[in-house]
Design a protein around this ligand. Structure first.
Ligand SMILES: N[C@@H](CCC(=O)N[C@@H](CS)C(=O)NCC(=O)O)C(=O)O
Length: 221
């Protein structure tokens, strides 16, 4: 099984963490990526498989799929244990929604901060940080006294961990104002699959001379 990803792809990292958590052997192929030119030129396998021309792409024999959430579903189907969705239907639906919201509600606020790090007082940056903080408020409430967002460790945690990593890099870090989330992040960082993938991303950033948020600096050692 080959996973086409990028050294700074949060969506590729989601898929890679899930494969490691499941114990599924996967060959990770890092497509061409530069901080300035980003994903140009596109890798031929990415162009062949994904009409959206994005990573991650997963190729397993004659199967070729794209999108991190679709890859989660395939991994869950071929390797049901350890289960990374809750079994109870309503809890499963909640976990799936949290995974979606992480990618499509929270992360777009963080994307908006790209390129605004030097001008943090610009209204667009202020608004993006306000929205990220409101999202942390909501996740702090949802987490409550549970160890993970949907109770047991799930894909929802993988998605939000990777998304908040970019939030922390791009001037919208979680802080001690959200103590349950901070403890959740420590629990996540202690998982070998998470530490392996996030640590490699941290080392890539260090190699590019980029600063790391403290939790990522620890993982990158
Ligand atoms: N919804 C997709 C998003 C994939 C995505 O945005 N990939 C980014 C890298 S993290 C990419 O390939 N960007 C290059 C481009 O759009 O040209 C998923 O979950 O996989």
């Amino acid at each position: 099984m080959k996973l086409y990803s990028g050294p700074l792809s949060m969506f590729g990292a989601k898929a890679e963490i899930a494969a490691h958590e499941k114990g599924i052997p996967v060959e990770v192929v890092m497509v061409p990526f530069e901080m300035t030119t980003l994903y140009q030129p596109k890798h031929p396998e990415v162009l062949r498989v994904n009409p959206k021309r994005q990573v991650p792409v997963l190729v397993d024999g004659d199967l070729a799929i794209f999108d991190s959430t679709q890859i989660f579903e395939y991994l869950e189907t071929i390797r049901p244990a350890p289960a990374l969705w809750p079994a109870e239907p309503k809890q499963k639906a909640r976990a799936r929604l949290l995974e979606l919201k992480s990618d499509e509600v929270y992360f777009p606020h963080i994307i908006r901060l790209m390129g605004l790090q030097a001008t943090p007082e610009e209204p667009a940056a202020v608004e993006a940080r306000r929205a990220a903080t409101a999202y942390y408020d909501e996740m702090e409430r949802i987490l409550g006294d549970q160890p993970y967002l949907a109770g047991d460790f799930s894909y929802a945690d993988i998605a939000f961990y990777m998304a908040q990593l970019f939030g922390a890099r791009l001037t919208a870090p979680m802080t001690e104002a959200h103590p349950r989330l901070m403890a959740w992040r420590d629990r996540m960082s202690a998982r070998p699959a998470v530490a392996r993938v996030a640590g490699a991303m941290g080392r890539y950033l260090l190699g590019q001379g980029r600063p790391l948020p403290p939790f990522l600096a620890t993982l990158a050692q």
